[in-house]
Design a protein around this ligand. Structure first.
Ligand code: ZN
Length: 135
């Protein structure tokens, strides 16, 4: 069972360090995609520390140490930052879920969606990503 907590008492030193880095980045950036109810959360299963708001917008630190919005595919459970999140979708269902999550038009995100449907899609069934969400 995945346990998500915002109780700092449950965080170890490493996780508290991550929380400090998140807060520093939050102070610098104040990302617009985070709104009411923005809090720091900790996933006790994966060890991820992240920021989320009441609308389930999620922010994680990217490789550049910047807060970036992190997306969840309601179709297959894939999670990633925007660029790879868009790329993960190989089925029409995933593409629709991506468009919904990004609140963007599917034909803008995948201009050649129809053509790709007949091409052999590479097998991408490897490891299941570690979830940071309760879902
Ligand atoms: Zn998907």
């Amino acid at each position: 069972m995945i346990e998500i907590t915002n109780d700092l008492d449950n965080l170890g030193y490493m996780e508290l360090d991550d929380a400090v880095e998140l807060l520093k980045a939050y102070i610098e950036q104040r990302p617009e995609f985070l709104g009411k109810g923005t809090r720091i959360y900790f996933n006790e299963n994966s060890g991820f520390v992240f920021i989320a708001d009441d609308d389930n917008n999620v922010a994680l630190l990217n490789d550049n140490g910047k807060l970036e919005q992190y997306f969840y595919c309601s179709e297959c459970g894939y999670e990633d930052f925007r660029d790879d999140f868009i790329k993960h979708a190989e089925t029409p269902e995933c593409k629709q879920a991506v468009a919904d999550a990004l609140n963007e038009d599917i034909s803008t995100l995948y201009p050649d969606a129809e053509k790709q449907n007949n091409a052999d899609s590479p097998e991408k069934q490897g490891e299941a990503p570690v979830s940071i969400f309760t879902r």
